[in-house]
Write a protein that binds this ligand. Structure first.
Ligand code: 4AD
Ligand code: MG
Length: 460
């Protein structure tokens, strides 16, 4: 038998008066002389179900061991609640304890710091905040798939182990079965003895493989884990994160920007429509006003400016930034925040970045200095999406690969796409955890993925 969840029970007023069973964990328990009040939560929603039991229903032993965090199975009659703030409650007919929860349970207190909860990541999902994050993350996953499926994009599973560096930035984790002694040899490493017969790594992006499918199926998207050995210990970087990467043939940078804007608005709206209770929680306890902020974004038109204009804007401001502004620099988080929060007061799409700060695959502009890159920046977070129109001219791509010190032999199949039926094409990557951060208002990216991996942090 599969019981209804507490969410289903609380929504279904038609079961009032009937006998049901609920299996869940105790959030709180208090008792009077004759009655015991137990707030049960099963994770299906933020709300608890209040159980009222006469003391005779619960054995003396269970009365002591049924503490916060303990699990139990309760059968009872669902009735309308006279109490404020809840619609229904369960009058217990029988109660069986399933699991004890001794007094060293770390979640006894009502409030804990997020830093402390990171140390008990295996338990933190039982708190209101992390339960809500997990449910919103789930809803965003569905939203991502339904957006692309409605537009008839094909989902592609791109490889996780790869021999090519998709971003050319050298931030890859190596995958090897060679014994450690091999690495000490002064003669260098003989990769022919390794599992794949060559150097292999975890992918930093599914893009290059997605391009092979886009140049066959037209429009595709990937949604998978990516890995980056970047040593940045910030509130928006992880060593393992999930990325959504659409790729479209016969599309230029303008179509790419339109898709990115529509996509963000769609997923924001999906969460506001489908996760009301959790969003009210974030709006009240995590980031006041976030629901109105997201609504405003859904109804706005994203500002679109070139990198050159962004640099002019930043220079024209009288702010003294920690990283001084000049044409050619990579925008730092403080610059992105200033553009989105102070100048344009909303999302900004920046295009046409200097070629030297962007990846080899981006299409060169006529000026020979900038490439057809596009980054979508949002208030609070900065970059949430990075993408571009792709270099679809064989010779220019080959030049860029060499110019960036990459080995053209590693990219022979990628170059083939420009040799056989090349087409204009474009795509982008949305960092899924940055999206979850943006939607929930959680300030640290480590709190929106179940088990965060970052430099010197791979517990659980
Ligand atoms: O800008 P990035 O590096 O672009 C790419 O990987 C392209 N191949 C995407 C494409 O065109 N198909 O990364 C894309 C996004 C960033 O905008 C950011 O949201 C996220 O991925 N991201 C990270 N998220 C968490 N931790 C990190 N270390 C991240 N690095 C990038
Ligand atoms: Mg980027």
């Amino acid at each position: 038998m599969v019981d209804n969840t507490i969410k289903q029970i609380l929504q279904k007023t038609d079961s009032i008066g009937s006998e049901i069973r609920v299996q869940a964990w105790v959030r709180t328990k208090r008792d009077t002389k004759e009655l015991v009040f137990i707030a049960l939560n099963d994770g299906s929603c933020m709300n608890n179900l209040q159980v009222i039991a006469e003391k005779s229903v619960i054995s003396e032993n269970v009365l002591h061991t049924l503490t916060t965090g303990a699990s139990c199975s309760v059968t009872g009659i669902l009735v309308e609640s006279p109490a404020k703030g809840q619609t229904l409650e369960l009058q217990a007919l029988s109660l069986e304890q399933l699991g004890d929860c001794p007094s060293d349970y770390p979640l006894q207190k009502k409030r804990h710091s997020f830093e402390f909860l990171r140390e008990i990541a295996h338990l933190r999902t039982r708190t209101n905040t992390f339960g809500a994050v997990a449910r919103v993350r789930n809803a965003l996953t569905i939203a991502v798939h339904s957006f692309f499926q409605e537009l008839e994009f094909f989902n592609v599973h791109t490889p996780i182990i790869t021999a090519s560096d998709a971003e050319g930035a050298g931030e890859m984790f190596q995958v090897t079965t060679l014994p450690f002694e091999t690495f000490d040899s002064s003669a260098g490493i003989d990769y022919s003895r390794d599992f794949f017969g060559k150097k292999a790594s975890l992918t930093v992006s599914g893009q290059l493989s997605a391009e092979t499918y886009a140049t066959a199926l037209g429009r595709v998207y990937t949604f998978g884990p990516t890995f980056r050995a970047e040593n940045s210990n910030t509130s928006r970087h992880l060593a393992e994160f999930w990325m959504i990467e659409p790729e479209m043939s016969f599309c230029d940078i303008n179509g790419n920007m339109d898709l990115a804007e529509d996509f963000l608005k769609y997923v924001l709206k999906y969460v506001l429509d489908n996760c009301e209770e959790d969003m009210v929680f974030f709006n009240t306890f995590i980031h006041k006003g976030i629901i109105d902020d997201l609504r405003a974004v859904i109804n706005s038109s994203f500002t679109r400016i070139s990198y050159t204009k962004a640099i002019e804007d930043l220079k024209a401001s009288s702010v003294s930034f920690e990283y001084p502004v000049s044409w050619g620099i990579d925008l730092a988080s403080e610059h992105e925040k200033y553009l989105t929060e102070e100048i344009y007061k909303g999302p900004v799409i920046i295009t046409d970045y200097p070629k030297d700060i962007k990846a080899f695959y981006m299409k060169m502009n006529g000026d020979g200095k900038t490439v057809r890159a596009m980054d979508v920046l949002v208030p609070r977070l900065g970059e949430i999406i990075g993408g571009s129109e792709r270099e679809n001219r064989y010779d220019l791509l080959l030049d860029r690969i060499k110019e960036q010190g990459l080995n053209p032999e590693d990219y022979w199949w990628y170059l083939d796409l420009r040799k056989y039926g090349t087409v204009p094409h474009a795509g982008f990557g949305l960092g899924f955890e940055r999206l979850v951060q943006y939607v929930t208002g959680m300030t640290n990216i480590r709190d929106v993925i179940p088990y965060a991996r970052s430099a010197r942090n791979c517990d659980f």
